[in-house]
Each structure stands twice: as C-alpha cells, then as structure tokens.
Ligand binder design. Sequence first.
Ligand code: BGC
Length: 734
Amino acid sequence: MDTTGCSHHLSYADWSLSETQFDPNQLHSRETVFTIGNGYLGTRGSFEEGYPHALPATFIRGVYDEVPIVYTELANCPDWLSFTITADGERFRLDRGEILSYERQLDLHWGILNRRVRWRSPNGKTLDLDFQRFASLADEHVLGIRCQLTPVDCDSLIEIQASINGYPENQGFDHWEWLDQGKTDRGIWLQVHTRTSRIELGMASGMTVSGAEALLQVTSVPGYPTLTTTFLAAVEKTVTLEKVVTVFTSREVEAPVQAAQVKLAQLPAYSVLLTAHEQAWDEIWQKSDVVVEGDTKAQLAIRYNLFQLLISASRHDKRVSIPAKTLSGFGYRGHIFWDTEIFILPFFTFTQPEIARNLLTYRCHTLNGARRKAAFYGYKGAMFAWESADTGDEVTPRWALPNQPYGEEVRIWCRDREIHISSDIAYAVWYYWQATGDDEWMRDCGAEIILDTAIFWMSRVEWNTQQERYEIREVIGADEYHEQVNNNALTNRMVQWHLEKAIYVFDWLSNRFADRAAELKQKLHLTSERCRRCQDIVTNLWIPYDPTTRLIEQFEGFFNLEDINLDDYEPRTRSMQALLSIDGANKRQVLKQPDVLMLLYLMRGVGEFPYSQEVLLKNWGYYAPRTDITYGSSLGPAIHSILASDLGASAEAYERFMQAALVDLEDVRGNAADGIHGASAGGVWQAVVLGFGGIHLAGDEPVANPHLPSGWMRLHFKLHWHGKWHEFDLRPIS
Ligand code: BGC
C-alpha cells in the first residue's frame, strides 16, 4: 500500500488513516477524528476501556431533548462501547502502566476502526490487545466490537466486563431516565427515555468468548447492565471476545426494547455481520468515491471527509438532517444550519440523490416551525430557523454566556437577522431538482418550500419611496463580523433569484400538476395580486453592484468603513474578531468568511448573473485579501479554493483546499474536539469536483474543464445527473 506523509502522529494511505502514537493532549480531537457511524448513529472514537476526562458519545439521529439556554440538543445516548479488562487484578487503561506499541487505524473503505496496543501493566505483565469496532451499514441497528487479547510473557487471569452504560452525559447534563433493564438467553438489555421529549430507547447486547474456557454472567447495577466473564488466558494464546449490540428508539418502532431483544436473538455470527457491513460500504463507494493519483495525503483527506459525511446522513429517515458537527461531537448541540444545504448537499445530490432528497424533505417536515418563526416576527409565509432541530422552530441561543465571573454575555443576533438561510434552502431545492429532474418530489415538497419562503420575503422586503426600490434592512450576511447591515448583496441577490424561481415553479406546477397548484394556491393564498407583487420585487429589489467598477458592495456602506490590511496583524493565532472585538470588526472592512464571493460562487452554480470571469476577478481582488480565511469561519477555505481554481490561481486553490481537507485530521483550527466540520467536508467535495474538476453545466449536462493541482496524475469521480451516471477520468495535459 502506498503510504506517505506523517505528521501529528498520523500516517496517510489511500484508504486508511493511522495514528501511530497516543498523545493524551489530543484525546478529545482524536475522539472526533476516529468517529464511526452508519447514518443512524455516530460514535466518537473514545476508548472502550475508558480514559480520564474522555468525552465518549453516541448520537442517534433525531434524538433531541430539551436543555436550558440552547433549547434543545442531541442527547448523548447510552454508551455501547464500555468494555473493561482486568488482568491479574490490574485494570487495563492507557494512563496506567506503559504503552509499548500503539496504532489506531480507521479503514475508510470498510468502515472499520481498529486499535492495536502492546501494554505493560504497572506490575510488569505484558498484554497484546487488538480492538475492532463497526456500526453496521447493512443493518443500522447493529453494532459490533471485537477484542483479541494475548498475554505476552505468562498466563494471565482475565476479567472482562462488557456493559451498556446508561449514564451518558452531555457535558454534565444527563438526558435519560432509567425505566428497566434485564437479561435474556442472548445477553442484557436496557430501557431508558429522554427526560422531556420522552423518546424511548432500547439497547441489548450479547457477547461470545473463544480461545478460553469462560462462562458469562450478568451483573445488574441499575442503569449499567453488564456481561462479566473470567478466564485463564495462556501465554501467547489469543482469546477473542465479540460484543454485539442492537439499538432502537421510539422514533422508529413502538416498542424499542423488544425490537432490540428480538434483533439480538436473531443476529448471525460477528463475522457474518462484518461481511454484510463491508459489502454495504463497497456499494456506497462505487457511487461516491473520488480517486486521486499522485497525492496520497489529498486522496486520504478527501475520502476521510466523504466518509464523515456518509456516516452522518440518514438513508431511512426523512425527518432529520445533518447537524453542523455531524453526529460526532457536542459542538452546536446537534443543530442544523445552512451548512447542510449549501455545503454538504451537492455531494449527495450528485452521488446519492435519495439521501439528498431525505435531507431536503426534512425542511418540508419543518415548514410549520418556519411558519411559526415568521409569525413570531410579524411576517407571513415560512422563515426558516438559522439553527434548526426536530420541529424547525428557531433554536439559536439568544445569548452566549461568559465563562468567567465578570465576563459579559453576548447577544447572538443570527436568530433574528441571518435570514439568507430561507433562500439558501430554496436554492438547494432548485439545484436538487435541476440535477435529478425529480418532478414528483418537487410537486409534493420542493414547490411548497420555495413558495412559502417566497411569501416570507414578500412580507420582509421594504419599499424605499425616496429611492424607489425594494430593500432588505437589518440583516447579517454570510460574513458574521458585520451584525446589522442594510442591503447585503448576498441576501438581496439570493432573494431576487429566489422570487424569480418561485414564479417559474408556480407556472410549472400549474401546467404540469394543476391539482397540486390549486391546492397550494389555496393553502398559501397565492393570489394574482401576490404574484404581481412578486414580479415587481424581482424587478426592483436593489443589488449594490456598480457596473462601471464591476464591484459588488458587500452591503450598503461597506466601502465607507475603515479599511484594513490583514498583513499588519501577522503573525497571529486568533480571529480578527477576537483581536479587534465585536465592535472593532463591525467597523472595519474585514470579513469572517466569503460573502460577495459566496454569492458569485452560488450564481456560478446555477449559471446566473452576476457571475462572469471579469466580475469574479475584480471582486476576488477586493474581497479575498480582506477575508480572515485562516482564523475566521471554517466554511471559507473550500469556497476560496473553488474560485481560485476558476481564476487559474492553482497554488492558492490547493492551499485553501488542504486547509479545508485537514481541518479535523490535523486540527487546523484547534476545535476538532467539538466535532467534525461538516460544511468544510462538503466543501472539500465541491472544491475537488467543481473546482479542480471544473464541472460546469453545458447543454444541460455536466462537463469538465479541469484545473488539476500540480502533481495530480489522475482525478476520477462519478456524477449522477437525471438518472444517468457520468464518469469523469481526468488527467493532466502533458
Ligand atoms: C459560521 C456560519 C456557520 C456556523 C455553523 C459559523 O461560525 O459563520 O456560517 O453556519 O458557524 O457551522
């Protein structure tokens, strides 16, 4: 296998990521990096045997529960990993004794996490331990752990406790109430429910031992059912323990604990489960893989990011979406942002369209929450939440609380003002429809999303009588360093585009599906007066664009703010907002992330004005140097990479791409511990396929205009377009 690159004690091969040394300072970030999952749940890479201050977590899609200040969060679910090993009275843990050798390896092709440790106990006995775990992609309610244990220097009396830990915490908060637990012929089970949302969860577990004479016993501490076994392990003889776990919640079945028990009773051997799981991964990669030759680090990093997206996307549930930190960490509490529609969705739309449809259908199911939000703010139609969870109601916290006694609370305005999300969702709906031609979904779900959010905009825009134009005031654009601006170009142009498409979609619906059009006309009050006004707004909504300079002003007055040269602040390790304060950044021409450039990127995707090479060049020249690309938002680098590719700035395109691709692997921003940066992962796919691959739509088909980074000998991927696969096998021009 081609193995190159070694940094941060990580080594990269085409399909596998290996950590060659355990560093306790990276405990939490590596728990994130080694997350596994199957779209139903995600489990952080915490050690089976535990570690002081570890943050183990398993998040199951849609299992939200109430919590103070941030309203609702994904509840950390009972821990299925728990597996303690005691050898001759000494408990195995990496903070004790001595680690003689260590390797943790994530196999992306087969979705398996392995760990091999040679450990010397404090009393000097040596053990080889080989762990393997997977969350089955073939049957998402099934999980497996295998532990192979070999005494190295003498026989050893081993005790194993394989448990379900019913006391998981969300950073000090316990969401679960114990209901019951017990044992069956095959093992143990636990029944719990969340405190407020009353979601019931049933988990069951069994274990087999081979290679030693061992009897299993059940011990029953409340909330902690455990399978215990004691055996004599002979020197240099390997004993294999296989723990299987089944899990259901009341979101999928009426009686989760019975479902978990029945499934456990029917499970075939561990090896059979593993083979089915591997086959499922193989099928996924046949559609979604991206092959790079000539750059192993980039190859691994791309597959790693795609793997993390694939394990957080639901194949079977249309009422959930992908949280900003996927199902891998406590950051953003499992809330869902524009990250999903704008950054993550294209990967699914083009390689796994049925998953893209599920993700968008979540927005259809949460329309009523968006309607409640619009009504609360005094508007009509549907206004999507900046942060959304299970119901679609706004869950962005109002305040960020200080963590020092005399610190100030900070008001978070995104819930009130970062409203471009409604058009971002409409954009994703349109994009999905264009790529798939899925008219039925458009009829049943997409049209209602586009139309009811258009109605919101029609009540949100204001007519400026002096200037005789429509305006949108008091918003936050993508660049959150400016918290209260008028006529943000990104927002205004997206709204104009959105309303134009709303008119188109309603006409299309009326022609193709007259009954559905009539139903929506009545439900959403789509009067002819409303349609006329919609057209009037499209014509007269102001976009701050100067055709002579070809510069788009980020918002009204941006060019009058104090200018800034970011080089003057180097070297630095903090964001410009942290350096200048919230107020200081607000008053200067410094951006947290692309805003005008984001707009140009989005308009490029659908082939719309003002995207043109010349406009891009001018605005890139203005905004890229003023963007806090390294310490601002993690959403920025991938977008900059694509635009740099478009402009032929190949070295910059590659640098930004790697910044995005390694954000979690090498903890580029120092916050990987909070969870995977999902938007950046989606951006990585876009940077490779749309940036380096240069995919554009021509004659209604995707065509490539590649700009491969130097050293890349091949870039291969597939795109699904209107029911047909298009294969791209790109090589450098020699
Ligand atoms: C970014 C937003 C993003 C959010 C969640 C913020 O820091 O500015 O654009 O949606 O993080 O990733």
